[in-house]
Design a protein around this ligand. Structure first.
Ligand code: PGA
Length: 251
């Protein structure tokens, strides 16, 4: 049985006071029978770690350097994140790929680096609208996954989470329908199953892209959707907690 996860990706939003308040409010009321993860901006990681305390809400970063410590001005290493109290880190978010030019090969290096530093990578994958309309969704996802198989092997996915986030649904208010998301999640699980049925069966597959309190339950009710990666709706405690509750109801 896969334990659902709901992760909040705050992106580059908020200030320290908001981070502390939001994290404390989530920690106070988050359901205890799912995994709840908060991914604040780097400068607020320790604030959020302190605010959530030891109630079981965990903290992740939104990015890491593909290299270990060294002469990489402006970067943050996996070791630094782990020492700051992170358990997870997002890799390959679509904004990293499209705005900062990260390639799937670089994302795979970051995936590996995260694991070497003791973090659980949340590998973000997804197609653009043009790619979906051209019927290329599975080809695109395969192209994003293959470098991870090459770099970390299918065993790497035994210690990772995948977040499927169609680019056209991120921040647009236009979520994938539950059926569209389920179809893609089922494809992803089948793709991993070709490498290892055991890893595929245990793999957490999160959906992301305009998840809100009012569509979360129908998305999380799908057989291969194990929770969500939440952007906009994670910036407000009530909406994020309502989404967490929707994941609990699906167990
Ligand atoms: P959204 O963002 O929920 O605001 O669409 C999701 C994400 O980018 O992780």
């Amino acid at each position: 049985m896969r334990r659902p996860m709901v992760a909040g990706n705050w992106k580059m939003n908020g200030r320290r006071g908001m981070a502390a308040e939001l994290a404390a409010a989530v920690a106070e009321s988050a359901p205890r029978d799912i995994d709840v993860l908060l991914c604040p901006p780097f400068p607020y990681l320790s604030t959020v770690v302190d605010a959530v305390g030891d109630v079981g809400v965990t903290v992740g970063a939104q990015n890491l350097c593909a290299h270990s410590d060294g002469a990489f001005t402006g970067e943050v290493s996996g070791e630094m994140l782990a020492e700051s109290g992170c358990t997870h880190v997002l890799v390959g978010h679509s904004e990293r790929r499209s705005l900062f030019g990260e390639t799937s090969a670089q994302v795979a290096s970051k995936f590996r680096r995260a694991q070497d530093a003791g973090l659980v990578p949340i590998l973000c994958l997804g197609e653009t609208l043009d790619e979906r309309e051209a019927g290329r969704t599975s080809e695109v996802l395969d192209g994003q996954l293959q470098p991870v198989f090459d770099e970390a092997g299918v065993e790497g996915l035994a210690r990772a989470v995948i977040a499927y986030e169609p680019v056209w649904a991120i921040g647009t208010g236009r979520s994938a329908t539950p059926e569209q998301a389920q179809e893609t999640h089922a494809w992803l699980r089948a793709r991993v199953s070709r490498e290892s049925p055991e890893v595929a069966a245990g793999l957490l597959l999160l959906y992301g892209g305009s998840v809100k309190a009012d569509n979360a339950a129908s998305l999380f009710g799908q057989a291969d959707i194990d929770g969500g990666l939440i952007g906009g709706a994670s910036l407000e405690a009530d909406s994020f907690l309502a989404i967490c509750k929707a994941a609990t109801a699906q167990q």
